[in-house]
Design a protein around this ligand. Structure first.
Ligand SMILES: Cc1cc2nc3c(=O)[nH]c(=O)nc-3n(C[C@H](O)[C@H](O)[C@H](O)COP(=O)(O)OP(=O)(O)OC[C@H]3O[C@@H](n4cnc5c(N)ncnc54)[C@H](O)[C@@H]3O)c2cc1C
Length: 488
């Protein structure tokens, strides 16, 4: 099939565009470098997942100093959403506007929250998000309720919620895309970081691709890696050079949608020498500043299995030094004995008792866009130079969280920042904007330089906010799908 629309990448952005365009009847080919994630015993084995890195790509990138590192990327049908924590949270209305932070000012978006709202609503409906409106003080206006009631707190988490309320905070239910009964049928584990072998997570494959591929006009080619795009003299992108079974092939298409994830999409554009008249491709890489914070009470056991059902946004917009924004606090997937031992490096005799007693939080603050935080190429190898930004905000958030957890009745609170080799929330490398001199795509994801090239993944986000990105990627990709259909 010579596709009319070629979609590169089958993760959150690519699968959403495919689903949005499936009903148009246009021939659509999705190319994905990975294969379908196979089910196996490894899929619920913490040692295989967090220790041996069974599912991670062995690919090495270079850091800002030229040192090789394994970036912990997951290349499968469905992309990173196969492993995600399924938190499907909207950016707050304020995130679309310029905002002052301890580490600098964010530029705001070229669109308002109100313009995005209907797309968020559609994305929540598609992903069958479980949530509760009206609990969170920073919640933006919504035109529809959550499609499903929230995933229930386990007993220990209900107790944490009471304790946090008791000290004047406003814990709220995390909006989640997981069918908890189905997930637990397959094994008593959390879902955050665990692969979804089509067993209850609402991810890009299970929710979108499966349905899109039922249409005869939609095809998926796996193990097909795009190396570069090609364009004619008039600036129209004519297709992509892919590597399949060790051989290079050209796939031609009338419309090309790039959705390989923020780092790989930038790498593809840089390798192609396209869409970069602004010199912004690869720049403004962002990834959030995150720490795990473990709240321990020596005499209380945490017997929860999944744990990840609440968040606290009391310090999202204010509460830091000079009343500056600090970020979002949410629960991590339950950090069990083996997971803590592997991820902390503590000896088993110490990790075990701590894991049994800890409630595990995730503190996340905004990473600010900077032209010097960037993806480049050295030959074919990816170089990721990610200098930390706004770190003072993150330290203040962690300090604030520790102090409220102590007040809430946890005498021991431990923390550890996530390292820089984990680009889970990568975004920003082909940012959207109205000005072709300072942005790569327009607010609908269309390249300023090439009218038939669209970018539909996390690379377009002009700011990272302090919110998990996937729902915003889906909302953007729905807009891209709509705009492509309108442009036909
Ligand atoms: C462990 C983990 C937990 C997370 N938890 C959450 C969460 O709870 N909530 C949330 O909002 N976000 C979460 N995220 C982030 C979220 O998954 C991403 O923001 C989202 O998937 C980004 O969508 P994307 O389309 O940009 O990229 P992806 O979903 O990663 O899709 C990119 C796709 O492109 C493919 N690809 C890459 N290069 C090529 C190439 N050259 N040719 C062909 N195909 C290519 C990849 O294999 C992949 O399938 C998490 C991520 C991880 C890793």
């Amino acid at each position: 099939m010579k596709p009319d629309v070629l979609i590169i990448g089958s993760g959150m952005g690519g699968a959403t565009v495919a689903a949005a365009l499936a009903d148009t009847g246009r021939p659509i080919l999705i190319v994905e470098r990975g294969e379908q994630l196979p089910d196996s015993d490894h899929a619920r084995d913490p040692q295989a997942i967090f220790g041996a890195g069974h599912f991670r790509s062995p690919e090495e990138w270079l850091d800002g100093e030229g040192k090789p590192f394994n970036a912990r990327m997951f290349y499968y049908v469905g992309g990173s959403t196969k492993f995600y924590g399924a938190v499907l949270l909207r950016y707050r209305a304020e995130d679309f506007r310029p905002m002052r932070h301890l580490g600098g000012k964010t530029p705001g978006w070229p669109v308002t929250y109100d313009e995005y709202e209907p797309w968020y609503t559609r994305a929540e409906a598609l992903f069958q998000v479980r949530g509760a409106a009206g609990e969170d003080p920073t919640e933006p206006p919504r035109s529809a309720p959550y499609p499903y009631p929230p995933v229930p707190d386990e007993a220990e988490i209900a107790d944490v919620r009471r304790r946090l309320r008791g000290i004047g905070l406003h814990p709220s239910s995390l909006p989640l895309g997981v069918d908890i009964a189905r997930w637990l049928e397959r094994g008593q584990h959390p879902w955050d970081g665990f692969p979804d072998t089509r067993s209850g997570k609402m991810d890009a494959e299970t929710i979108l691709l499966t349905r899109a591929l039922e249409r005869s006009n939609v095809e998926l080619a796996t193990r097909t890696r795009v190396r570069r795009l090609v364009a004619d003299q008039d600036g129209n992108v004519t297709g992509a050079v892919v590597e399949r079974n060790g051989k290079a092939e050209l796939i031609e298409a009338g419309t090309v949608v790039l959705a390989a994830g923020a780092v790989n999409s930038a790498a593809i554009l840089l390798a192609s020498g396209l869409a970069n008249s602004s010199d912004q491709v690869g720049r403004n890489f962002m990834n959030h500043n995150c720490s795990a914070v473990l709240a321990v009470h020596p005499w209380r056991h945490n017997r929860s299995i999944y744990q990840k059902t609440l968040m606290v946004n009391d310090f999202y917009l204010r509460g830091g030094p000079d009343d500056m924004p600090l970020g979002n606090i949410q629960l991590l997937g339950r950090v069990s004995r083996p997971i803590l031992k592997i991820t902390s490096g503590l000896p088993g005799w110490l990790a075990g008792p701590i894991a049994d007693r800890a409630v595990d939080f995730y503190a996340m603050s905004e990473d600010l866009p900077s032209p010097d935080s960037r993806v480049t190429l050295k030959g074919e190898q990816i170089v990721l130079n990610w200098p930390r930004s706004n770190w003072e905000t993150h330290l203040a958030l962690v300090a604030k969280l520790k102090s409220v957890l102590r007040k809430a009745g946890f005498p021991i609170v431990l923390s550890k920042p996530f390292d820089r080799a984990t680009p889970s929330h990568q975004c920003g490398t082909a940012r959207m904007g109205n000005d072709p001199r300072t942005s790569v795509v327009d607010p609908w994801g269309r390249s300023h330089d090439h009218p038939n090239l669209w970018v539909a993944d996390a690379s377009v986000l002009p700011t990272s906010a302090a919110v998990n990105p996937a729902l915003t990627v889906a909302a953007h990709a729905l807009r891209v799908g709509h705009a492509i259909a309108e442009a036909a």
